[in-house]
Design a protein around this ligand. Structure first.
Ligand SMILES: [Zn+2]
Length: 590
């Protein structure tokens, strides 16, 4: 699936438009006063099932979520795509990348590496580092681990690092951007990390992106991190990924823990496939990094850590991975560091006993309830059914439905009915607040094989252009296809077409150019394209007619004024006349 489809699937058009225009539910649609023209009676409609919108008033136009944002904010397709992608945690390289900002990022990696070296030397050799050394010895860390993870120590000083790095040729501005110094209230700047044990955080390529820092006494907060910088994004970083990659590939499994010390102790004991998420829950970006190495992920969780929320999120990841996420259940009050130190064999056993996260949630939900009572039975169903509804794999979904039915001694059929209702309410698209870490839901992806087929022919056989006078941009309902068509109209070869298009669309363009088409003669191709155009036109008109039909029914129901009804009907007649014309032409061709 291309990145554009991925964004579409994660974005709910009702939610996005609802943030810009106050929508009112009307039957299966939502309506509003059109944001693009001035009106007193709403003629702007949003269709959750089609993930599209249309204005039946003065605009008489519509499209998908991208075209809405483009029109509303006056931005181009690439910008709209990036805006929406960011919302769902998908990163699309900017138009000018990798050049723009490359030097700046390179400098940040360098200054972070210099700071790492500086902290590491202090830890190993400075008299001031003794407390930190003692702490690490007390925690059982070997010198080899300390070196491998490049652990360090920051002096209890306001300017030691700053002065050191400025002498090395870095500017105050670079240090600020890297988050190594901060602006004080008086206007000056000073070191961010003081008197702390330092954990440099490397990316998968071994570059230092930022730091975690731990206090050496009981002060709070226990840990502080680098702030978000152009190279440090907490939601995408996995601690120790640089050291774990090979083992994860080799063992085809990644274990995700919470703390830096958990990771280091695991590696020190030969469990090299362990990484840490930079917070309590795994994020979409972290999953996509790991996905390139393995499908099999296991989360080490405290006995009481994961709630149903976390499970829902994990099920979303399972859908992306097309594999189960497992849970390594830790003994109450223990973290992996403690377990491994006590007995590495226990850790090994816990890994082998890891449960699929849905089974784990079943156990957790039912453990505190009395399943002989009706009240608790229905509580269990309320908690578990939404999770089951989220599972895309039908075999696994059926498995858990059976399991739940047996557990509460209710027929599978009645649970299926309830499941159907949950699914329906999910696909209707409810208003949801924008979330940083959203539960992965999937919105209907309207595939457009006709649009894409037609474009593939036109792109691969440029000489067909003269046969397309009747082809209009609005026939392409997917914005990315419309973009390609509009650019294609202006130029005559793929190379210039590519240059005219945003880089974010190149992947889609390439797939169309590479699409395999049956061998044909020149005349056959002309025929194919002519009938493609008719089919596109028909698809466009039909979809318009269907939308109009819905609106007409709603208007009639809610007592719309005669004038408006008449106008809609008139537009509708026009559409049916055009549709009739398409049928005539198609039958002539047969
Ligand atoms: Zn309008």
């Amino acid at each position: 699936m291309g990145v554009i489809d991925e964004v579409k699937q994660k974005i709910d058009i009702v939610e996005v438009i609802g943030e810009n225009v106050p929508l009112t539910k009307a039957g299966r649609t939502f309506r509003a006063l059109c944001p693009f023209h001035s009106e007193k009676h709403p003629s702007f409609y949003v269709y959750p099932e089609r993930q599209s919108w249309h204005c039946f008033g003065a605009c008489n136009t519509g499209g998908d979520v991208f075209s809405f944002i483009m029109k509303k904010q006056g931005i181009d397709f690439g910008e709209a795509l990036r805006l929406l992608a960011e919302r769902v945690g998908i990163t699309i390289p900017s138009k000018l990348e990798p050049e723009a900002g490359k030097d700046e990022r390179e400098r940040l990696y360098q200054v972070n590496a210099a700071a790492t070296q500086y902290f590491h030397n202090l830890l190993l050799h400075s008299p001031n580092g003794e407390k930190a050394r003692d702490y690490l010895t007390g925690r059982g860390l070997s010198l080899k681990s300390i070196t491998e993870f490049q652990l360090g120590f920051s002096l209890n000083s306001w300017e030691a690092l700053k002065q050191y790095l400025i002498e090395k040729g870095y500017t105050e501005n670079e240090l600020l951007t890297a988050g190594l110094i901060i602006e004080g209230e008086a206007g000056g700047t000073h070191d961010r990390f003081r008197n702390k044990l330092m954990f440099p955080i490397f990316d998968i390529r071994g570059r230092v992106t930022g730091f975690g820092a731990r206090v050496l006494d009981d002060a709070l907060p226990k840990y502080i991190n680098s702030p978000q910088t152009p190279v440090f994004d907490k939601s995408s970083i996995l601690y120790a990924i640089n050291l774990a990659t090979a083992a994860i590939r080799q063992q085809d499994r990644a274990v995700i823990v919470e703390g830096y010390m958990d990771v280091i102790t695991a590696h020190q004991n030969g469990f090299d496939n362990v990484v840490a998420s930079m917070g309590t829950s795994l994020t979409e970006k972290q999953v996509s990094t790991l996905k390139r190495l393995t499908k099999n992920m296991a989360l080490a969780l405290d006995a009481d850590a994961a709630g149903e929320e976390a499970t829902l999120r994990a099920v979303g990841y399972e859908n992306t991975l097309n594999a189960e996420v497992k849970v390594i259940l830790l003994p109450v009050g223990k973290d992996p560091d403690g377990v491994i130190k006590e007995d590495a064999q226990i850790w090994q056993r816990l890994q082998e006993e890891a449960l699929p996260i849905v089974d784990y949630t079943f156990n957790m939900v039912t453990s505190e309830l009395d399943l002989t009572t009706a009240k608790d039975k229905s509580l269990v169903v309320d908690k578990l059914l939404p999770i089951i509804a989220e599972i895309k794999d039908i075999v696994r979904q059926a498995h858990y439905l059976q399991k739940l039915a047996r557990l509460v001694k209710v027929s599978e059929r009645s649970l299926e009915a309830a499941l159907g209702r949950i699914r329906a309410s999910q696909s209707r698209g409810k208003f949801r607040k924008p979330q940083q870490e959203t539960v992965t839901r999937s919105y209907p992806l309207l595939s457009s094989p006709v649009e894409e087929g037609c474009l593939a022919w036109l792109l691969q056989y440029p000489e067909l252009k003269i046969h397309c006078p009747g082809l209009l941009p609005e026939y392409f309902e997917s914005s990315e296809n419309r973009e390609i068509f509009l650019a294609w109209q202006k130029v005559n070869d793929i190379k210039s077409l590519r240059q005219n298009l945003d880089t974010a669309i190149h992947e889609h363009l390439d797939s169309l150019v590479a699409k395999s088409l049956p061998p044909t003669s020149q005349t056959e191709r002309e025929d194919v394209v002519a009938s493609c155009i008719l089919r596109l036109q028909e698809k466009f008109l039909r979809s318009l007619a269907a939308k109009r039909g819905e609106v007409l029914a709603l208007e009639a129901e809610s007592g719309g004024t005669a004038a408006e009804l008449a106008k809609l009907q008139e537009q509708g007649l026009d559409v049916s006349a055009q549709l009739g014309e398409v049928f005539v032409q198609r039958s002539r061709r047969r």
